[in-house]
Design a protein around this ligand. Structure first.
Ligand code: CA
Length: 406
């Protein structure tokens, strides 16, 4: 799965003077293979930069010899699905009963007691992350992280990011955390049971089982403690929940979604009640909540607590963070949602871009018409819906698109 992790801490790459080929150690010769000119050209520059960050040339020569771009990475990086998967379909896909059982079976893992005490992140959230990232460690990705990141860096679209991660990956090898042969991950460089990027590993991975190593590939306690550390650094608040499903009264102003951050009491005064009729804990009742309508006014509504946004530091996707939280609720013994996901129609890239273009043409600001429906597009859509007397839920549906185009 393509994921966008926020904690892409760019390390080690600073602005460097241009290095002429006369000064260069003819690094391309070190590749030891005949590569395409663009790759060799990138490698010449990168080798010099990497050496200037303090990485030993002996290490670079050893680990980068024979490096070539991985065509599978290029294909996956260029992939842009024609249809966006509706959030309800996605959530149903990631919260299947088999996964709920598998998560519940892992709640008694002894390491959780210490991890919860140290970082304040409950085991069910960590189980949710573990499930979403690697199916509890079963699908970590078996691609060579160095080669994947080199391919992305040479391609150039995200060069600074990929070079920073590549230098971090080389530092992981240099520090002896794991040998190159075991430095495996996804095509985008996410590694181990909790799919951390190399820079995140360096700054946040911890030794959860006390053997002196930070082995997020082979040690579940290490991977889970590292994920808890990341979430704690991302603002996880001990003792608070992540979100509660709510039901909204007739005539509710859907334009409040993704808007004000207010306490559950403020929302209750607007008519937003907990869907399970439970009461808010004293900690949660003090927290500022944001209303989320992931599939519009027809679908389930959530009051998201600050911890929802801490999960989005792991992966800045509403659907991902919802998946983690809903899994956690089920692992803890909770039931499913009260309001079912509505029937949703997958929208084509062309339709999404046309909707954004129509908003721009009518004076709204959805951001670039790139087909990516993010917060900017939803806010522009809410303003357009409001101006047209429609429920302002910011949800792009086929009906809204045809009206926008008309
Ligand atoms: Ca360890």
């Amino acid at each position: 799965m393509h994921r966008r992790t926020l904690l892409r801490v760019a390390i080690g790459v600073c602005a460097l003077p241009a290095v002429s080929f006369a000064q260069s150690p003819r690094a391309s010769a070190r590749l030891g293979v005949i590569a395409e000119a663009y790759f060799t050209g990138w490698f010449e520059d990168f080798y010099v930069k990497a050496a200037q960050t303090g990485l030993a040339r002996s290490l670079l020569d050893r680990e980068l010899a024979g490096l070539s771009p991985d065509p599978r990475v290029s294909v996956l990086d260029a992939r842009q699905p024609e249809f966006a998967r509706p959030v309800g379909d996605y959530i149903k896909g990631v919260t299947g009963e088999g996964r709920i059982v598998a998560g519940r079976n892992r709640r008694a893992l002894p390491a959780f007691a210490t991890i919860e005490q140290t970082y304040g992140v409950p085991r069910d959230i960590l189980l949710g992350v573990w499930a979403m990232e690697s199916g509890f460690g079963a699908q970590q990705g078996d691609m060579d992280v160095i080669r994947s990141l080199a391919t992305l860096a040479a391609a150039g679209r995200r060069r600074d990011w990929a070079e920073g991660e590549l230098i971090a990956a080389l530092n992981i090898i240099a520090a002896g955390h794991i040998p190159r042969a075991q430095l495996k991950g996804s095509w985008a460089g996410a590694m181990g049971q909790t799919q951390m990027l190399p820079s995140t590993y360096i700054s946040l991975a911890v030794d959860g089982d006390g053997d002196g190593k930070r082995d997020i590939w082979n040690s579940a306690p290490d991977a889970l403690a590292s994920a808890a550390h990341l979430l704690a650094q991302g603002g996880w608040r001990r003792g608070e929940g992540w979100a509660r499903e709510v039901v909204l009264p007739a005539g509710f102003d859907y334009g409040l979604s993704e808007g004000p951050q207010q306490t559950p009491g403020w929302w209750l005064a607007k008519g937003a009640r907990r869907a399970d009729r439970g009461s808010w804990s004293s900690a949660d009742s003090q927290a500022l909540c944001t209303l989320l309508l992931p599939s519009g006014a027809a679908g389930p509504a959530f009051l998201a607590l600050p911890n929802h946004f801490a999960v989005r530091k792991y992966n800045n996707s509403l659907a991902y963070a919802l998946g983690v939280g809903l899994l956690a609720d089920r692992f803890a013994g909770g039931g499913g949602l009260v309001t079912p996901w509505p029937q949703e129609t997958p929208l084509s890239l062309g339709d999404r871009m046309a909707a954004q273009a129509a908003l721009i043409k009518q004076g709204y600001n959805p951001g670039p018409a790139d087909g990516v429906v993010g917060l900017g597009t939803r806010q522009a859509l809410r303003a357009w819906q409001k101006a047209h007397g429609l429920p302002a839920d910011g949800y792009l549906s086929p009906a809204v698109i045809s009206r926008l185009k008309g």
